[in-house]
Design a binder for this molecule. Structure first.
Ligand SMILES: Cc1cc2nc3c(=O)[nH]c(=O)nc-3n(C[C@H](O)[C@H](O)[C@H](O)COP(=O)(O)OP(=O)(O)OC[C@H]3O[C@@H](n4cnc5c(N)ncnc54)[C@H](O)[C@@H]3O)c2cc1C
Length: 506
């Protein structure tokens, strides 16, 4: 890198930075350098092909770039790997499904760049209510067709749904800093409508407590799914074919390299060099040897809450530094259940409650699970079932071993109590925890204009592109949004309108 000149340096080979880099490389002819501190490309989007892993490389990979750690397994982790339990299985660092399937932002951008994904959409869904499982298929829940509701509930739920779907993006953003509870309380007192929307919002935003969910960001998500013609049992989400989620950052990095750029792993940015309020380049630690790369444009896609580890905070106003350091994160407890036959019949299932305040949580803890091998049969050996299950946890809860353990006991109890044959069919389990599925939780005062802008107003030449900077909605699609916005700010072109359909632009 020493004598090479680059137009743009991207910090991090996850999604947001490489999305911006790929657009700038492909459409603007810019030479892009991506620097990644971990030993592989992917960030939080890493996937595993277990033939090439040991228990130690797996633990290292999930912790070094995916903010995820191993919690427990049955049998224990070395045995899971050495005895071949994982052979023929493929999964991710956590649960990985893409919103809105082929019409979501991720596949839309990858298609624009000539790299569309193969996607396996969820086309059946289960919804637990009062101890009963309700099954939906092919969008049969359309129009609020929820059997547990009476006519009054259905009418009320339909009224709230259509208010969300018909809302302008501008109006939705006016509720960015309003909690979902407050928004809902002002509009209905119908308990079943509230329960439906609160469970849905937990699955959208990875936050259990509706008082901590931004009404505006959640409305934008529901609106995008419905306007794209999707439902939870009809392509509301999908899983990408193998190698899995990691192909998203890999495809973006391919585009960068195909256009003369470079992607370097094992390269930790120690410092962004700033003089007189302008970016001059970066200092990179390449396994002990430090190199200086000069460049006037740096796109930061590391977690914004951690940016002051390598961007000196003296260049930013005190209020901005405090705000960024104070953001709280949304994490998860992610569990993989491997069964010797198909026990769960639905692709995606939501449960209203597995634990609650009485157990020490802030509110009801809901569970979601995906029949990932039912969606993509290549994810498990023939005849077996791989279920990816999760509960949302705040960052604080994620670090509380007792609470996590209790949540995991409840998840297992729910499955064994409600799915006959589950216990007997279980071949292995693996439990992991992440404190940063969404590093800046989609909470009131943490979304919309509260986030660092794509073009930093304090340092010339510094841009942010990650799921925790300027963007809307959640996770991977949010990171893609941020990347498109940043590419537009660097090039002064409107890539958001050029690439995205109207329901996912704002
Ligand atoms: C357990 C888990 C489950 C998830 N499930 C889903 C899901 O189901 N659906 C979904 O859409 N999304 C999901 N996500 C979120 C999704 O993975 C992220 O939204 C997406 O990866 C964000 O991309 P990003 O570019 O913002 O950040 P990241 O992917 O975190 O990439 C940032 C990169 O920057 C690198 N970096 C940081 N600092 C430096 C430095 N100083 N020098 C060099 N490199 C640096 C990091 O190593 C990392 O590779 C999940 C995430 C986790 C952790």
């Amino acid at each position: 890198m020493k004598n090479e000149k680059f137009d743009v340096v991207v910090i991090g080979a996850g999604v947001g930075g490489p999305a911006a880099g790929a657009i700038l490389a492909e459409k603007e002819g810019m030479k892009v350098l991506v620097l990644e501190k971990a030993s592989r490309v992917g960030g939080r989007d890493i996937s595993f092909n277990f033939r090439d892993e040991s228990s130690e490389t797996y633990k290292k990979a999930i912790s070094e770039a995916a903010s995820t750690w191993f919690f427990k397994s049955e049998p224990d982790l070395p045995e899971l790997f050495s005895q071949g339990y994982l052979n023929g299985y493929a999964f991710e660092a956590g649960i990985h499904t893409l919103m809105v399937s082929e019409k979501g932002r991720t596949n839309t951008l990858l298609s624009y760049l000539g790299k569309p994904l193969t996607l396996y959409p969820a086309v059946s869904a289960g919804w637990w209510h009062d101890g009963e499982l309700y099954r939906f298929e092919g969008g049969s829940e359309r129009g609020g067709n929820f059997p547990w509701m009476d006519d009054r509930d259905r009418a009320e739920c339909g009224r709230i749904n259509s208010a969300m779907v018909r809302m302008s993006a501008e109006e939705a953003h006016s509720y960015d800093h309003v909690s979902l509870t407050e928004w809902m309380d002002a509009r209905t007192d119908n308990a079943n409508t509230k329960e439906f929307h609160y469970v849905n919002a937990t699955m959208n935003c990875t936050i259990n407590d509706p008082a901590n969910i931004s009404a505006g960001d959640n409305i934008l998500m529901n609106r995008a799914v419905a306007r794209a013609g999707k439902r939870f049992s009809y392509g509301g989400c999908s899983t990408p074919g193998l190698p899995g989620f990691v192909q998203i950052p890999m495809s973006l990095c391919d585009v960068i390299e195909k256009n003369g750029g470079k992607v370097v792993t094992g390269a930790r940015v120690k410092e962004v060099l700033i003089e007189d309020g302008k970016v001059k380049g970066v200092l990179v630690d390449m396994q002990g040897s430090v190199e200086k790369v000069e460049c006037p444009i740096v796109i930061n896609s590391g977690l914004v809450n951690e940016m002051f580890r390598y961007i000196p905070e003296k260049h930013f106003p005190y209020t901005f530094v405090n705000r960024v350091k104070g953001f709280w994160r949304a994490g998860i407890g992610a569990v993989y259940f491997a069964l010797d036959r198909q026990i769960v019949k639905e692709h995606v299932t939501f449960t209203p409650k597995v634990a609650g305040k009485e157990d020490g949580f802030d509110c009801d803890i809901r569970m979601g699970f995906w029949d990932s091998s039912g969606m993509d049969p290549a994810r498990a050996p023939a005849g077996k079932q791989l279920l990816d299950a999760y509960v949302s946890l705040t960052d604080k809860e994620a670090h509380n071993r007792e609470l996590v353990s209790l949540a995991y006991d409840r998840m297992m109890a729910f499955m064994t109590d409600n799915y006959p044959g589950f216990k007997e069919s279980l071949e292995w389990t693996l439990y992991t925890v992440s404190d940063s599925l969404v590093p800046v939780a989609q909470a009131p005062f943490q979304v919309g204009d509260a986030r660092p802008r794509a073009k930093c107003p304090f340092v010339e030449g510094l841009y942010h592109a990650s799921d925790s900077s300027e963007c809307s909605m959640a996770a991977n699609d949010a990171a893609i949004h941020a990347g498109i916005i940043a590419a537009g700010r660097v090039s002064k072109k409107d890539y958001v309108s050029e690439i995205l359909p109207d329901y996912s632009r704002d």
